[in-house]
Design a protein around this ligand. Structure first.
Ligand code: FES
Length: 89
């Protein structure tokens, strides 16, 4: 049975990040979770403003902070982390 890859995503739900793009990034994340099916588990959680508003929208994936994240970049970032976690052993 293949191992399941887990990726942890934290998305800033503060008003600045939300209006700068995380409202759309959430939709992309939802689609990615569906598309991953059973091959990867994408655990998502929200958090409130962490005082990095000017650099938003902000996402944290497996502890790495990504800033100015546009919806077109979300799927690629997730693929990168899924691949990295797959080879991590
Ligand atoms: S609203 Fe996201 S860092 Fe402030």
């Amino acid at each position: 049975m293949p191992d399941t890859t887990v990726v942890n995503v934290t998305i800033c739900m503060g008003s600045s990040c939300f209006s700068r793009g995380n409202s759309r990034n959430i939709e992309v994340l939802r689609r990615c979770v569906e598309e991953a099916g059973g091959s990867a588990v994408i655990e998502t959680r929200g958090h409130l403003c962490e005082n990095m508003c000017k650099s938003g929208p902000n996402l944290i994936i497996d502890g790495t902070v990504y800033q100015n994240v546009q919806p077109t970049a979300v799927a690629g970032l997730l693929r990168h982390h899924i691949a990295a976690n797959n080879t991590g052993g």
